[in-house]
Write a new protein. Structure first.
Length: 201
């Protein structure tokens, strides 16, 4: 095998195991039936138990990717041993890196884009809006790009940037999917929309 074909095989393996664990988030969540109750991306989402549940679903699918990444890892090892070594090495490096980067969470690294605390915070804001200490008479908290604020009085209730929530992205499947690969679901400070939307307040 020439160096050139080895590089091609390595890149192919690397690419496959780069995409593979991210597929659940990219595919499952973009389907139509998954998003009927939410306004289209990138509109703000009104807070509701459905939204809290969505954050928990995204969190579950995120960790599913972690489990999924062990498949190319094992295939990679098998391929190094019995098959095409550069291909297997590509698979193995990429999924190994994915697993390591996700495991950083447990040693004080960055938190996942969707967490249990995030869901709890949403619930707290929602409860607060229904209580006597609400911001105005008819509060309607919604999650904008950079914070949760009340649609009626404009008060910022919680400063948490909105991660990707599985809605079909306005920039289409491919550009949106590519952006999702780059951001891994974390909130992006969007120059076009996020700033305009939030600077109005
Ligand atoms: Zn209000």
């Amino acid at each position: 095998m020439s160096l050139f074909t080895s590089v091609i095989y390595f890149s192919l393996g690397f690419f496959i195991s780069f995409i593979f664990p991210r597929l659940p988030i990219m595919l499952i969540t973009r389907t139509k039936g998954f998003n009927t109750t939410f306004p289209a991306h990138p509109e703000p989402i009104p807070l509701s138990p459905k939204l809290t549940q969505r954050v928990l679903h995204m969190r579950m699918i995120y960790w599913m990717g972690f489990v999924a990444s062990t498949i190319p890892l094992l295939f990679g090892l098998a391929s190094i041993k019995w098959g095409n070594a550069p291909f297997g090495f590509g698979l193995w490096i990429s999924s190994g890196w994915f697993i390591l980067s996700r495991m950083q969470t447990f040693v004080g690294g960055p938190k996942p884009p969707w967490t249990l605390e995030m869901a709890q915070k949403l619930q707290l804001v929602l409860d607060e809006a229904k209580s006597e200490s609400a911001c105005c008479i008819k509060p309607s908290p919604e999650w904008k790009m950079l914070s949760i604020s009340c649609n009626k009085c404009g008060k910022v209730l919680e400063k948490i940037p909105r991660p990707d929530l599985g809605r079909k992205r306005k920039d289409g499947f491919f550009a949106g999917g590519f952006r999702l690969l780059l951001t891994d679901g974390y909130p992006v400070i969007d120059n076009n929309l996020g700033d305009i939307e939030d600077s109005e307040e």
